[in-house]
Write a protein that binds this ligand. Structure first.
Ligand SMILES: Cc1cc2nc3c(=O)[nH]c(=O)nc-3n(C[C@H](O)[C@H](O)[C@H](O)COP(=O)(O)OP(=O)(O)OC[C@H]3O[C@@H](n4cnc5c(N)ncnc54)[C@H](O)[C@@H]3O)c2cc1C
Length: 411
């Protein structure tokens, strides 16, 4: 059995720690924060096998430029003269091809469906409001409807169950609230959960399994011997281990650089806010396609989430134009809800760790022999947490991998 040090205690770090500890490894998790509010907490909680098409896809660059011209649109790149941004954008452009999409789709499907199986199993151990009600992609315009129907057909070809619904059929399905949508594509494959409850469960389960969780413990350097890491530095303390797993989300490139490893990951800032006990509560999770807003019922709460601002990790500003964009979309699709602008302090933001391929990196490092990298999950980190944890455990235990692909090695 090995001694393992997990850097970063978001959903991926905690899942890695969980599956390693279940196999009897001795695990320490280090996190620079108090582990209550990061990207893995305020996200929309959707478990999305439906998302088989990676972000890097044909048409995305042109769409991105159109969105950039509208301050309330769901996508924005903060202009910066920075080498990392140019290099990321160039790689994104190179991957926005049909052949990349075709190679990625079966992999994303397999990862997501396996992860969902693992969620089903985890949900037997605790109540984090895990449900499988599917995901409704709602649209108002014919153009967006056609795009969604086309995406649905592609998912069907990969074996996912997809229904195409008229406005009347949507009204039958969504009894909680009136909807203003031309139609919708329902992915029966999808689930949803309450991220905060999931994270609390994982932390308490790790405690029971004997995992050491060290909060407010920022790793700032590594001590190496040859091609191996001997220890990580937290302040002036050394934390030693046999294996190290880098799960630091959007902060991963900074740390990887210390080891001479280039990781092309940029933070995609997104916002969410919760509405409690509204008279009208959507019952079925949805994405409001024109504004790319996610709507997730979580018990007495509805969470709304959206926008993707490619930026840097110190950009903690809440951009009220973008939040208003989310709000306009919600009130457009759900005329009865009548949601008001949340206060700044009630608006959560998080940084999705975005790769230019739209695929996560789950791979043993080629440069550093006892390092596994598990990051870059972009918009799907919550969905793919369990499968990431399981694959990392298999790598470290020396087992054959349940899913393996060179596409998971990153750029
Ligand atoms: C608005 C929004 C909605 C979303 N909705 C969904 C959704 O519905 N479904 C879905 O699947 N995904 C969703 N996501 C994406 C998902 O939240 C992320 O992909 C996921 O949380 C990333 O998890 P992670 O563990 O890789 O990174 P993080 O959660 O960012 O965790 C990384 C951790 O590393 C720690 N860390 C960083 N540097 C150091 C260091 N030097 N030393 C120690 N610790 C360090 C950080 O403190 C942090 O806790 C959404 C994201 C946003 C922003």
């Amino acid at each position: 059995m090995k001694s393992c040090v997990v850097i970063g205690g978001g959903i991926n770090g905690l899942c890695v720690a969980y599956y390693l500890a279940l196999e009897g490894h001795q695990v320490t998790v280090l996190d620079q924060s108090d582990m209550t509010d990061g990207c893995s907490y305020g996200n929309a909680g959707l478990v999305v096998p439906s998302h088989v098409i990676p972000l890097a896809q044909p048409g995305m660059i042109a769409q991105g430029f159109r969105w950039m011209l509208d301050s309330k649109s769901p996508f924005y790149v903060k202009p910066r003269f920075h080498k990392e941004l140019f290099s990321w954008a160039w790689k994104f452009y190179r991957h926005s091809t049909r052949s990349h999409v075709e190679r990625s789709m079966p992999l994303l499907r397999d990862l997501s469906l396996f992860s969902k199986e693992l969620y089903r199993d985890l949900a037997t151990k605790a109540d984090f409001l895990y449900q499988e009600k599917g995901l409704l992609m709602l649209y108002q315009s014919e153009k967006v409807g056609n795009e969604e129907i086309e995406a649905g057909r592609e998912a069907e070809q990969l074996g996912l169950e997809v229904n195409y619904l008229s406005a009347a059929q949507i009204a039958d399905l969504e009894s909680g609230v009136e909807l203003n949508a031309r139609g919708g594509v329902l992915y029966k494959s999808d689930g949803h959960l309450y991220p905060q409850k999931l994270m609390s469960f994982l932390k308490s389960e790790l405690g029971t399994l004997g995992v050491k969780i060290l909060k407010q413990s920022r790793v700032h350097d590594f001590k190496r011997r040859g091609s191996r890491i001997e220890s990580v530095m937290v302040g002036d303390q050394e934390v030693r281990g046999d294996e190290f797993i880098l799960c630091a989300g959007s902060w991963s490139p900074r740390l990887a650089k210390k080891l001479g490893i280039k990781l092309s990951i940029l933070p995609g800032k997104g916002y969410s806010f919760d509405v409690q006990n509204n008279n009208h509560m959507p019952q079925v999770p949805a994405i409001l396609c024109e504004g790319k807003v996610a709507v997730t019922p979580m018990g007495e709460t509805i969470r709304f989430g959206g926008t993707m601002e490619i930026t840097h990790v110190n950009d903690n500003k809440i951009n009220s134009n973008r939040v208003e964009g989310i709000l306009n979309t919600i009130n457009d699709f759900y005329p009865e809800l009548n949601i008001f602008s949340p206060k700044k302090e009630d608006t959560w933001h998080g940084f999705r760790p975005c790769t230019p391929t739209g695929l996560p990196i789950i791979s043993r490092s080629k440069k550093v022999s006892n390092l596994v990298v598990a990051t870059g999950h972009s918009m799907m980190g919550l969905s793919l947490g369990p499968v990431t944890g399981k694959l990392v455990e298999e790598m470290i235990s020396g087992k054959s991998l349940s899913i393996s692909s060179e596409l998971l090695q990153g750029e």
